[in-house]
Design a protein around this ligand. Sequence first.
Ligand SMILES: C[S@@+](CC[C@H](N)C(=O)[O-])C[C@H]1O[C@@H](n2cnc3c(N)ncnc32)[C@H](O)[C@@H]1O
Length: 249
Amino acid sequence: MRLRGRKGIRENLEQQVDLVVLDPKQYKGKWSELFGNDHPIFVEFGMGKGQFISQMSYKYPEFNFIGIDMYDELVRRASEKARKAWSQAEVETPPNLKLALANIEQIEEVFEEAELERIYLNFSDPWPKAKHARRRLTHPRFLKKYTELLNKKGQIHFKTDSETLFDFSLNAIADFGMQMTNLSLNLHRDGLNEEHVMTEYEQKFMGKGMNIHRVEVIVGEDALSEYQQIRLDKYKVREAADESGEDQE
Ligand SMILES: C[S@@+](CC[C@H](N)C(=O)[O-])C[C@H]1O[C@@H](n2cnc3c(N)ncnc32)[C@H](O)[C@@H]1O
């Protein structure tokens, strides 16, 4: 990683007030005001160099995006990626994107209850040693915070190369009584939908032929009823097809 020295990085970030938020706690409960609209807010916790959140913001202008990382150098790198992504439309300031310097440990100080609609956890640090399990971003203590921050349509989308982190996370999510869907143990074999946007780590691990695991977690009550209705409709369609098949025999 190219480091410019702390002072240089800070000065760079301070000059980017249109995109970078160095003190995100001041916007708790006021992110919609900052964006100037009430579009749903999607966040990535641990965005790294920011490829995913930059491309998502460009691809989906109808949503607001916030990328968060705890390292200022990564926020700076992400700001370069974001401006580059939007330069294809000759836009200097991405209108629906903010990059924030924050630690997920204190995330409840950054967002108000029900302020978010989607949380992306992409290739979160696996913390493989059992004694570090509390630091994993899918630990129950974080899941509890996420349920509070998500609104009625809230979902968590999680992908990782780490089998042990995935195993741990599925158990934590199930123990929490949360509904999972679209689970894949090998995302790139199962086929990507056209909405899929890759992260830097995803590209790196895919290049090495490693399997990517992914799951969506339905958290909000409206998201859950919608999910159940879709399941029910699919079941009815299958049942009707089975019955008409029997008639033909
Ligand atoms: C393995 S990288 C993945 C980066 C990116 N999401 C990707 O898929 O390419 C994990 C990132 O999470 C950030 N991170 C880890 N723990 C964090 C925390 N508690 N708060 C904020 N960021 C964190 C790290 O700084 C790092 O950039």
